[in-house]
Design a protein around this ligand. Structure first.
Ligand SMILES: *Cc1c(COP(=O)(O)O)cnc(C)c1O
Length: 394
């Protein structure tokens, strides 16, 4: 394959070799079912327990509050649907935001069809929810607030601690989709008053198809996958032992390397951002400058189509994204970019690049040159741009 500059780490990440290494014996040597009684399967059971401990410790949670799932989407579905069902007698109102991942948004739409009332909070131009609007949205029948920890498109980190405090004050459960934040920023479920939290392995250099839902002790929750008694009778199905082992290893690495990773990514990201902003005119940064994931940059280039830009970047071996991977192929601009107030035509010219600490400065230079060249070429073919420049001259 030609050279590959992978800048789509919000879509998925490379599984670290150490993670694969840790998983391998559980495919071929210790393949026992953790639920079986013989000593051999005890090895698998112990491995699952160890991963659970690593994960619980990473959040300041207890081991029996971590429930393994098949990924972030399942965790979001579970948190929302099971809570709605378990608390329906108390009320049928849920508060979320307009910029959630589709795993949460579409689940909310599903609940709406089943008689629940959902408030979708607006965000400001940086993508932060407004706390006063949240307070105003609370009603006597509000049972759940679900707000993502950090946004997957624009990288904005939400005021989670404040949201948690508001939820606690009003005795309302608080769920957060932390798929983008977990392993990237420190999280403590007690400090932030989080009752439920979703995370996923493949967003933090672990394997795909494994995630967890943290459920605080005392929160009423129904079983979401029915069957055997695994995960303390709350999530049936033979444990994904290899996935769980890999996830545990990925978390261990992410937590140990968090500071260094943040430093490296920030350095690369700032360099990329500054050069592009300086060298490509009519460009803006989407999302917050202050409260932002260290590996995320989201540009809006005026007068061009993000899709064309992506295709031309791909021809140069650069993987990026416009909007989110799930919406590529559709012509609707991203719901997140519209929610921060971008007009359609500017939202269409957006490019998300999400880095990994293994990216290099040389790669950033190559990417800047590629963006400069492609944006200039696309603009030279754009009637809008031509028009704009003509009127500028007058
Ligand atoms: C990727 C992602 C999900 C979905 O996680 P999967 O493990 O792919 O199901 C949910 N929420 C956010 C914010 C994400 O970025």
């Amino acid at each position: 394959m030609k050279q590959l500059i992978y800048l789509d780490n919000a879509a998925t990440t490379k599984t670290r070799p150490e993670v694969v290494e840790a998983m391998l014996p559980y495919f071929t040597e210790y393949y026992g079912n953790p639920s079986s009684v013989y000593e051999f399967s005890g090895i698998s059971k112990k491995a699952v327990q160890e991963s659970r401990e690593i994960i619980a410790n990473s959040l300041g949670a207890k081991t029996n509050e971590i429930y393994f799932t098949a990924g972030g989407s399942e965790s979001d579905n579970w948190a929302l649907i099971a809570t709605a069902e378990a608390y329906a007698e108390k009320g049928k109102h849920i508060i979320t935001s307009k910029i959630e991942h589709h795993a949460a948004l579409h689940t909310c739409e599903y609940l709406e069809k089943r008689g629940f009332d959902i408030t979708y909070l607006n965000v400001d131009e940086n993508g932060s929810i407004k706390l006063d609007e949240l307070k105003k949205a609370i009603r006597p029948d509000t049972i759940l607030i679900s707000i993502m920890f950090a946004n997957n498109e624009i990288g904005t980190i939400e005021p989670i601690k404040e949201i948690g405090e508001i939820a606690k004050e009003h005795n309302i459960l608080f769920h957060t989709d932390a798929v983008q934040a977990y392993g990237h920023v420190p999280i403590n479920v007690d400090e932030y008053h989080i009752d439920m939290l979703s995370a996923s392995g493949h967003k933090i250099n672990g394997p795909k198809g494994i995630g967890f839902l943290y459920i605080r002790t005392g929160v009423k929750s129904r079983s979401f996958i029915h069957g055997g008694g695994q995960e303390r009778k709350r999530r049936a199905g033979t444990e994904n032992v290899t996935g769980i082992v890999g996830f545990g290893k990925a978390v261990e690495l992410a937590v140990a390397g968090m500071e260094e990773r943040t430093r490296k990514e920030t350095e690369l990201r700032e360099y990329l951002m500054e050069r592009v902003m300086k060298e490509v005119p009519y460009t803006r940064i989407n999302g917050s400058k202050k409260s932002r994931l260290s590996n995320n940059v989201n540009f809006a280039f005026q007068f061009i189509e993000g899709e064309s830009l992506l295709i031309m970047l791909d021809m140069k071996g650069i993987c990026g994204s416009s909007g989110s991977a799930c919406t590529s192929g559709s012509l609707d601009p991203s719901h997140v970019l519209l929610a921060i107030g971008l007009p359609h035509e500017i939202a269409h010219g957006s490019l998300r690049l999400t880095l990994d600490e293994e990216n290099t400065m040389e790669e950033m230079d190559y990417v800047v040159e590629a963006i400069k060249e492609i944006v200039a070429k696309l603009r030279s073919m754009s009637p809008l741009y031509e028009d704009y420049i003509k009127h500028q001259g007058n």
